[in-house]
Design a protein around this ligand. Structure first.
Ligand SMILES: [Zn+2]
Length: 464
């Protein structure tokens, strides 16, 4: 009842020249920032394009981009702010995928993919524009990362807070078991999401001069065919019918200022539809969707560590490192990675790994006073949890770092460089706030070459 009276009131109060604002759209609870949406979408898009048959045809690409550019001009194609106002425009991209199945999907932050089956199934350009406008709406309303937020992953806030700054969001989420294939949570929208995307999409269409009713007609047609054809299953499960979607769009259209619409603004629709129908099927670069495909094997780092050193000022320590290496990490957390640019590589599942360089971090054991031997063993067990290949190569040695007792453990694991074993030298020092440690990492074949550098770095460590 309250909703109804509000709707009626809004309809009466809305000035006839203003765009209909019947439905009050608000973004859902979302831990991601708009920039993180963009980053995640870009990374995921790069991965998915390796696995899908993306159409590389200048005419088809050009046509889809013309439609996108028309739709982008609408205010409704902009980010929805918390107060209901509209903000920046996402960096939208669009690609056709050579699949007969009728489907379309979007990724957070802008990438949109439309199956050729959807182009063939559309009766006119307005229907295709409607599918694109609907997908754009999932992007601007940020439904993908909202769904991801709703998963209540305990690790997510920390991951997003930048504790892993510089790491791939896609890769980090993949390690949490978040998939980005056909059944990804990013593409599982609720019925409320769907009705919002229809509502917002209809506004985008109208602003671009396409009759929004065509969006409803297209979905209606799919629903009618869905019962007979299995090819629609994916689309209908990704975009569940919120019920009465055609009637809802018609209602919305009646509140819009009267406009004249055309079905094919560019005059190219039938030509493109025919072109798409006769496209040769491009080969898939991978057999199927997989969330953690084999990682590429990068070439070994070529440049030797510089003999010139630079000082890194951490929160409670300083150390010197070769000036041709780069620092990345979170100073506040006192965790830092220092490595040459080709020492940081992509591992399985898109995870960012350090294959050559060093990592500084600290570890707080659960209880009691620090005990160097015991806590170092516990740290190694912890490191094994994220790197099951890790094994002890040599008996620990007692050394001194910054005048304090320290332990040096030599471990081995699998290197991300092809055919290489990795040497990981772990130095641990008991500090009042926890176990301070540095891991020196190199592939076996480069270890002798970098060892003097590692020794210099360790000798330079000072505590405040
Ligand atoms: Zn949808």
């Amino acid at each position: 009842m309250r909703t109804l009276s509000w709707l009626v009131l809004a309809a009466i109060l809305a000035p006839s020249t203003a765009p209909a604002q019947l439905q009050e759209l608000r973004p859902g609870f979302n831990l991601f920032t708009v920039q993180q949406d963009v980053q995640l979408g870009k990374e995921t898009s790069v991965e998915l394009q390796k696995q899908m048959r993306v159409v590389r045809n200048r005419e088809v690409d050009g046509y889809l981009n013309v439609l996108l550019a028309k739709l982008e001009r609408s205010t409704y194609a902009r980010t929805l702010n918390r107060d209901g106002s509209r903000g920046e425009i996402f960096p939208f991209t669009i690609h056709a995928v050579a699949e007969k199945k009728i489907n379309a999907f979007s990724l957070p932050g802008g990438p949109i993919f439309v199956n050729t089956g959807s182009i063939e199934a559309a009766d006119n350009e307005a229907q295709l524009a409607g599918v694109i406008a609907h997908e754009m709406s999932h992007v601007v309303l940020r439904h993908g990362t909202k769904q991801l937020t709703a998963q209540n992953l305990v690790q997510l806030p920390l991951l997003l807070a930048g504790a892993l700054a510089g790491h791939s969001l896609w890769g980090q989420l993949a390690t949490l078991g978040i998939g980005f294939g056909a059944n990804s949570v990013l593409l599982k929208f609720s019925r409320t999401d769907e009705s919002q995307a229809d509502y917002n999409g209809a506004e985008i269409m109208a602003d671009a001069g396409y009759n929004p009713v065509e969006l409803g007609r297209f979905f209606e047609k799919l629903e009618a065919r869905g019962g007979r054809e299995g090819s629609l299953e994916q689309f209908l499960s990704d975009h569940p019918n919120p019920g009465n979607r055609v009637a809802a769009i018609e209602d919305e259209t009646r509140q819009m200022p009267r406009r004249s619409y055309v079905l094919d603004e560019t005059g190219q629709f039938l030509h493109i539809k025919d072109l798409v129908h006769h496209l040769p099927t491009p080969a898939k670069s991978r057999a199927s969707f997989s969330d953690a495909g084999p990682a590429p094997t990068p070439p070994l780092p070529a440049e030797r560590p510089s003999k010139q050193f630079r000082r890194y000022l951490g929160q409670s320590f300083t150390l010197d490192y070769p000036d041709n290496w780069q620092v990345s990490g979170d100073r506040q957390a006192n965790a830092v990675t220092i490595a040459p640019p080709d020492g940081v590589v992509e591992g399985p599942g898109g995870r960012t790994l350090v294959g050559y360089g060093l990592e500084v971090d600290s570890y707080s054991p659960r209880t009691g006073a620090l005990e160097l031997n015991r806590d170092t063993q516990e740290l190694i067990r912890r490191l094994k949890q994220t790197n099951p290949d890790l094994r002890i190569a040599r008996e620990p040695r007692s050394i001194e770092v910054a005048g304090q007792p320290a332990l040096l453990n030599t471990l081995n694991s699998r290197s991300p460089y092809r055919g290489e074993q990795e040497v990981d030298v772990l130095a641990t020092i008991a500090r009042p706030q926890g176990l301070f440690y540095v891991i020196f990492i190199a592939p076996d074949s480069l270890f002798d070459q970098v060892q003097p550098t590692f020794e210099n770095v360790l000798r330079s460590v000072r505590f405040d």
